[in-house]
Design a protein around this ligand. Sequence first.
Ligand code: FAD
Length: 425
Amino acid sequence: VNTAALAPRADVIVVGAGAAGLATAIFTRRLAPAVSLRLLDTAGKPGAKILVSGGSRCNVTNRIVRDADYWGGRRTVIRHVLRALPVPDTIAFFDDLGVPLHEEADGKLFPVSNRSRDVLDALIRELQRLDVPLESGCRVVDVQRAGDAFSLTTSQGIMTARTAVLATGGLSLPKTGSDGSGLHIARRLGHTIVETTPALAPLVLDPADASHRDLSGVAVDAEITIWIDGAAAVRLRGPLLWTHFGVSGPAALNASRHWERARLDRATHVEVTASFGPGEFDEVDARLTALAAARPRASVSTGLAGWLPASFASALLRRVGVDGNVPFAHLSRADRRRISHALVKWPLPVIATRGYGFAEVTAGGVDLGEIDPSTMESRVCAGLFFAGEILDVDGRLGGFNFQWAWASAAAAARGIAGRLAAQWE
Ligand SMILES: Cc1cc2nc3c(=O)[nH]c(=O)nc-3n(C[C@H](O)[C@H](O)[C@H](O)COP(=O)(O)OP(=O)(O)OC[C@H]3O[C@@H](n4cnc5c(N)ncnc54)[C@H](O)[C@@H]3O)c2cc1C
């Protein structure tokens, strides 16, 4: 039934019912109970990304969230937006909704139940309690200015609203409904879109380099370095997981956006290496020398196995052409140095990331310079607001992307409530 034509003009239409859109609708209604509010989403069952997040456990936020945990637009703008919802307020918000959180390694906060379904259900229950209808299966094709309001062309007909919120996400995991259409709408409304790339995506290595296939399934702590034109541009530490196509795990996922951005910036020479040592070359070499002195009769592979996973130690020795059965006492200085070098500068011949289909988030998006960070209102199109991943912000792994969604939603809700109140005065 095309109710749109009959419907009166809404005060607010939120486009997209992912984490950011759901939270924007809830916060707006709580701040301004009298506003008429509609929440639209293409998907038949919105919230798919919440369900798959954090291995179906949903890493809702992190105990410590700083602007330095994000990439994209200006840090000062990101910091400003994050202040709209400090982490204790996120924790209290979910606690009030009946979803207490617990902390795991690296400050990651998950629902005590370890079920992402509980996060989504709680948000939808709260929408229902606040009497905000969630109109699923409704795709917004375009948003245009219509005098002092907006006209939305949707799969369910034309709708009008005094304020519109684009919370349509980025391009990651497009099968969930986030196909980038919101970015095109923002561009048509006058916004600059910082070119997008996948982020938090596994890295595909050159198939000619067989070592990753031999190592498939092995996980090891590493520091990944991205070298741009010979200089170390970024260093990222964390677990690295070898797979049949290349590398995954937190270190690789966090590195992916930097590799993509370097390519986008047309850096002439981008190299990626991993270090598995406790420090730089000299430190690693000194450690091997000490190991040789302490256990001269131990074989090189046995010695390394105390330090690295055995399968990785043998792959490393194969790579540098050293027989692992040789006792340390017989290891030549040149071979020892070759091992040390491989340990601190293991080449990862990245040829691609696995793309949006496997990316957890999108780098790039609506330029932060065109947003008022106190209200999330567009500086180029009054009455238009943004929240979530559609903006040029991407967080590292650990709950930071959801925290961005919640915080930008809180800021947008304040902005919308303030704008509507000012219009009513
Ligand atoms: C596998 C995976 C695991 C993740 N795990 C975590 C984690 O544990 N912790 C964390 O912090 N982050 C995680 N993330 C990232 C996090 O899910 C996103 O950053 C976050 O969901 C972004 O929220 P959003 O609301 O801005 O966008 P989205 O979740 O993408 O939602 C956008 C919504 O808008 C709708 N939409 C799009 N275009 C239109 C249109 N034209 N008309 C109507 N509706 C439209 C879409 O259907 C969608 O429902 C993960 C991501 C993935 C893919």
